[in-house]
Design a protein around this ligand. Structure first.
Ligand SMILES: C[S@@+](CC[C@H](N)C(=O)[O-])C[C@H]1O[C@@H](n2cnc3c(N)ncnc32)[C@H](O)[C@@H]1O
Length: 280
C-alpha cells in the first residue's frame, strides 16, 4: 500500500515553512535528528525511533501507590516531542507497522465517528478520514498544539476535510460523551501520565459497544528495536484497562512489531470486566 500521494512531501514542506518562521533551517534539522540510541542497533532501525526528542511529563500519583513516574508497576514514558514528528512519517513505517492492514483488521464502518487519541501529525487520522468517508468524522486529539498544527497542514495536503483536531490535556481528551464508535491510540498509551483519569474519560466518550484499540510495540519481544518504556506487554495492558471497565475483546498479532489490542465498552445490560477476570 502506498503512502498518501503528496502527503509526506506536504508534511515536509509544511514543517519546513513552519520551522523557518521559528528559527533557522539548521536549527530545525537539529531538532528532528535522532540522538544516539541507548540500545544496540538492530538491522539499521534502532536509534531511529525518533523518541529521543522528549517533552517532559509531569506525573500525578496522588491516591496511587506507585512511585512517581510509574503506573501499576510500569514506568511511564516521556511524551514524544513534535520536534521528532518527521519520524512518524518515515518511509519504512509502511513495512514496519502496515497501517492499512492494521486499519483493515478493525473493519471501520463508513459514516462512523472515530477518535485518534495521541494523533500526532495525523499519520492515522488521514487514513481514518478516508475510511469513514464524508459522512463520518475523525476526532484527532493531541496534547501538543504543534502536532495539531502539523496535522492540519497534512490533512489539507491530503485533501481530507472530516478531521476535527482537539487540543487535549493529559487528563482530558476533550472528546464528547457517548458519541464515539472507536478510539484508536497508536503508540500513545504508554506516554499517558494519568492513565486512570484518561481511561475513565475514554470510557465515557464511547458509545455502548464502542471499541478502544491500543497499538503498542510488544514488550514481550526484546528484538523489537524500541526502548523498553515505549513498549507494553499484553498482560500489563489488560491489567491496567480491565479494572477501568473495558472488556478485552481480542489481541491481533499479525504486525511485525506491535500488538493491536481491542477492548469494548460493555452495553448497559452486559457485565464489565472486573479485576478478577483481568489478565491471566
Ligand atoms: C509516538 S506519538 C504517536 C503519534 C500517532 N499516533 C502516530 O502513530 O503517528 C505519541 C503522541 O501522543 C501524544 N500524547 C501523549 N499523551 C497524550 C494524551 N494523554 N492525550 C493525547 N495525546 C497524547 C503526544 O503528544 C504524541 O503526539
Amino acid at each position: 500500500m502506498k503512502p498518501f500521494p503528496g502527503t509526506i512531501g506536504g508534511f515536509a514542506r509544511a514543517a519546513t515553512l513552519w520551522m523557518l518562521t521559528l528559527g533557522s533551517v539548521a536549527a530545525a534539522r537539529q531538532d528532528v535528528a535522532p540522538a544516539p540510541a541507548t540500545e544496540a542497533p538492530k538491522a539499521g532501525r534502532a536509534g531511529a525511533d525518533g523518541k529521543n526528542a522528549k517533552t517532559k511529563t509531569k506525573t500525578k500519583t496522588k491516591g496511587r501507590r506507585d512511585r512517581p513516574g510509574y503506573y501499576m508497576g510500569r514506568p511511564i514514558a516521556d511524551v514524544m516531542s513534535w520536534r521528532g514528528a518527521e519520524w512518524l512519517f518515515r518511509e519504512t513505517r509502511i513495512d514496519e507497522e502496515q497501517p492499512e492492514a492494521m486499519l483493515d483488521a478493525l473493519e471501520i464502518a463508513p459514516g462512523s465517528t472515530v477518535a485518534d487519541v495521541g494523533a500526532g501529525a495525523g499519520y492515522h487520522s488521514i487514513r481514518l478520514a478516508r475510511r469513514v468517508g464524508p459522512k463520518g468524522t475523525v476526532l484527532a486529539a493531541d496534547v501538543q498544539p504543534e502536532m495539531l498544527q502539523l496535522l492540519r497542514a497534512n490533512a489539507r495536503t491530503a485533501g481530507v476535510e472530516n478531521i476535527k483536531p482537539l487540543l487535549a490535556t493529559q487528563r482530558d481528551t476533550k472528546l464528547p460523551d457517548g458519541k464515539v464508535d472507536l478510539i484508536l491510540m497508536v503508540d500513545v498509551y504508554h506516554e499517558c501520565s494519568d492513565p486512570d483519569v484518561l481511561l475513565a474519560g475514554l470510557l465515557k466518550a464511547l458509545k455502548p459497544g464502542g471499541r478502544l484499540v491500543l497499538v503498542e510495540f510488544r514488550g514481550e519481544d526484546p528484538e523489537v528495536p524500541i526502548k523498553p518504556e515505549h513498549k507494553m506487554t499484553l498482560k500489563q495492558v489488560r491489567l491496567e484497562l480491565e479494572p477501568q471497565g473495558f472488556r478485552f475483546q481480542k489481541s491481533l498479532e499479525f504486525l511485525p512489531w506491535q500488538h493491536v489490542i481491542v477492548f469494548e465498552k460493555p452495553k448497559p445490560d452486559e457485565k464489565p470486566a472486573t479485576p478478577d477476570t483481568a489478565a491471566p
